[in-house]
Design a protein around this ligand. Structure first.
Ligand code: GLA
Length: 714
């Protein structure tokens, strides 16, 4: 709901209020984002507007007022939400309220993925701000949903002057929080170790920036952060989430000012960015989804999971049972024949798998990673029946067929590059860098995007393909101009949007050298994303736990691979690998023909278990019980929305005798229900499970895991 009382405008969600006040000079001040407040005019509480605690009046300036979209240099000297240089060479501006507009539904972000209303009630407020000295205009968009605790923000910058203007930075959101003791949590990592949880205190005078300027959203820093009040933890305390629906260079920055009030900005990374606007021109920022929780990080994550599953992800597969897949990559790498693949597929079918995915190496002359990206035609030497013939044979076995593709890339050794050497991202006159022996295609060019859409369409129309793994295996260098990365990102959305619209039934799995582009922008099109190239089960504890801070577990692709693990050499049992992979979009990635009879029986049981657990993975609430970042244990629980069922997972990483931590208190159940453990048939009250807890019967070994499926008794 959006209401306007005098100079106060208020957005009301399920439990939250977001309140702004226009002061007598027309500046747009921020008043409150947090638990719901009465819907009224706060203009008469002028003493409460500023964070000025006893300063003399000659120091009163915008510097001590919380604001909605602050500028630098006009009495506010903190980090600004935007910086636009006008024809005089000055970037000074003062945006003041011109108009308020309210409409039903969500905001449109001009070619970028964003939240949609679906069957939920949503309203959008547009506040138009204008600087009459320069002709700079900005529209601030705020979407609120009746049943969520989120505010989705984005901005449009317009040039209403008669000369060019250059945008040096334009954040999607800027939030000024009152004086307090805050901490920032962000997700950092690298290839094979994506989304580690890192926390840093924000002391007065500190600027903390979680940003990435490597091309995609990146392995290194995810476009997500939590700002919490000191003392907040998984289950209690105040936490603010910031999640950017964007797949390019991004930045979430927090500045604790000299008093301890906090400014948090999120949007496109200003590093390497600039955009020149002609008179009449406009620029749209991506959408930044803000969330407020009084129930700690856990409640905040569950809110993002719900919002993204219901109002961001557009694939028809989002709420459908996903096929349990077998991918050949770690089983064969590039070294396969048609015969070998069919042997693997037959064996996988006997195990009960649904989908056979052929990974890298099926096209051009690709037997290693040094050639053929861009030449999306089958290698008949390897696959004499072609992709269509292979798909047909796999379909005959009773399995779906899926294919790997890396459409944004080209190898110098490819027919595509030989025909169009100028189609790559490069700076004229400079030798472009190769990473993994490949260049990036220039998606700022319409004809390149059209070519890629045509190439993908030809592959998908040429055979019965029901799934694609859409990879992107390098970082971006040699950008020809400031702001190029954003142009590229828009090109990527144009392609993936066209492909998903043309082939709405195909299940797309996102991928970027593992989890290098695990972001809400990709999620809007691909309901599952490969989380990391490190498929080791124990490494995955942290990767999956960290990823779940923002992303639903149904989006996290998790595969059982061989032991010793190829990435880190660790030896784990098949049970441990399966138990950890259950909390995601489950599959196998190994040569199943090499498994023993005992292992095959275990795999059959795992697949059957996953089919029971999958509805909880897809639609349930996640409760993180023990963090692998805090010690030797990791556990989580998935509970159905109606609390009639739950899946519990617990892991003791290294063996410990007589561990006091082997008792677990569950969460999210109904205290008044009785739950039956599917395996032991033991009955427990919800109250006991949550308040006294139960013993976890760990085996006496490293990497011991326990799972439990609970069903409410009739
Ligand atoms: C990336 C992916 C892997 C695999 C290879 C193929 O690294 O993350 O899963 O598909 O590419 O080259």
């Amino acid at each position: 709901m959006i209401t306007k009382n005098g100079k106060t405008v208020q957005l009301t969600g399920r439990n939250i209020s977001y309140i702004m006040i226009e002061n007598n000079d027309g500046d747009l001040l921020h008043f409150h984002f947090g638990k719901k407040l009465p819907d009224c005019d706060y203009a008469d509480m002028e003493d409460e507007w500023s964070e000025n605690l006893g300063l003399t009046s000659n120091m009163v300036s915008l510097d001590v007022y919380p604001q909605e979209y602050p500028a630098y240099g006009y009495t506010d000297l903190r980090c600004p939400a935007y910086s636009v240089m006008n024809k005089s060479g000055s970037s000074i501006s003062r945006l003041r309220v011109k108009e308020y507009k309210i409409r039903e539904g969500t905001a449109d972000i001009n070619g970028m993925p964003h939240l949609y209303a679906g069957n939920k009630s949503a309203q959008t407020l547009e506040i138009i701000l204008y600087d009459d000295k320069t002709g700079l205009e900005a529209s601030l968009f705020y979407t609120v949903f009746d049943e969520y605790d989120i505010i989705a923000r984005s901005t449009v910058i317009r040039n209403r002057s008669d000369a060019e203007m250059t945008i040096d930075s334009a954040f999607s959101s800027s939030l000024d929080l009152p004086i307090g003791d805050y901490e920032m949590l962000y997700l950092s990592g690298t290839w094979g170790r994506e989304r580690d949880i890192v926390k840093t205190p924000l002391k007065p005078g500190i600027k903390a920036e979680a940003s990435n300027a490597r091309g995609g959203s990146g392995h290194e820093i995810n476009p997500f952060a939590i700002i919490s009040r000191r003392g907040a933890d998984e289950d209690t305390g105040e936490a603010y989430g910031f999640s950017l629906i964007y797949s390019g260079n991004h930045c979430t920055a927090a500045e604790a000012d000299r008093f301890g009030s906090l400014r948090v900005r999120q949007g496109i990374n200003p590093l390497g960015f600039a955009k020149t606007l002609s008179p009449g021109g406009e620029f749209y920022t991506p959408q930044s989804v803000l969330c407020y929780s009084r129930g700690g990080f856990g409640a905040l994550s569950r809110e993002y999971h719900d919002v993204y599953r219901s109002n961001l992800m557009t694939s028809k597969w989002t709420h459908e049972s996903r096929p349990v897949l077998i991918n050949n990559w770690e089983g064969t790498y590039f070294d396969f024949t048609e015969e070998k693949l069919l042997e693997m597929a037959k064996s996988a079918k006997e195990l009960g798998l649904d989908l056979f995915v052929l990974d890298d190496g099926w096209f051009g002359r690709r037997d290693s990673d040094n050639s053929s990206l861009g030449d999306w035609v089958v290698n008949y030497k390897k696959l004499p029946s072609g992709i269509d013939g292979l798909a047909e044979q796999i379909n005959k076995l009773g399995m779906k067929f899926g294919l790997w593709i890396e459409p944004e890339m080209v190898n110098p050794d490819s027919d595509l590059f030989r025909a169009h050497p100028d189609w790559i991202v490069h700076t004229p006159g400079r030798e472009p860098a190769q990473i993994r022996n490949q260049y990036i295609l220039d998606l700022s060019r319409g004809e390149v995007c059209d070519y890629i859409i045509g190439a993908i369409s030809a592959v998908l129309e040429g055979a019965h393909i029901e799934y694609i793994k859409w990879d992107m295996n390098r970082q971006m260098t040699d950008m020809p101009r400031p702001g190029y990365n954003h142009e590229y990102t828009l090109g990527f959305y144009k392609i993936i949007d066209a492909v998903t619209k043309k082939f709405p039934d195909i299940l797309i799995e996102g991928c970027s050298a593992g989890g290098g582009r695990f972001d809400p922008g990709v999620l809007a099109y691909a309901p599952q994303i490969w989380a990391s190239d490190d498929s080791d089960a124990i490494a995955r504890l942290k990767i999956q736990y960290g990823t779940s801070m923002c992303y639903p577990v149904s989006a996290i692709s998790t595969h059982v691979t061989v032991s010793p693990n190829h990435q880190c050499g660790r030896i784990t049992s098949l049970k441990t690998r399966g138990d950890i992979a259950y909390a995601g979009t489950f599959g196998y990635e190994l040569d199943v023909t090499k498994m023993t009879a005992g292992e095959r029986a275990e795999v059959k049981a795992q697949i059957a278990a996953y089919r029971r657990i999958q509805p909880l993975v897809r639609e349930g609430d996640l409760y993180r019980l023990q963090s692998p970042f805090d010690g030797n244990y990791c556990s989580w629980e998935l509970v159905s929305k109606d609390k009639s069922g739950a899946f519990v997972f617990a892991c003791k990483i290294l063996a410990v005798a007589q561990s006091k931590d082997a008792r677990l208190k569950l969460r999210g159940l109904d205290e008044n229900k009785t739950y039956v453990d599917r395996a032991s048939k033991k009955r427990y009250s919800g109250a006991l499970l949550m308040n006294r807890g139960i013993k976890i019967p760990y085996a006496m070994c490293d990497f011991a895991t326990v799972t439990m499926e609970l069903e409410a008794a009739e």
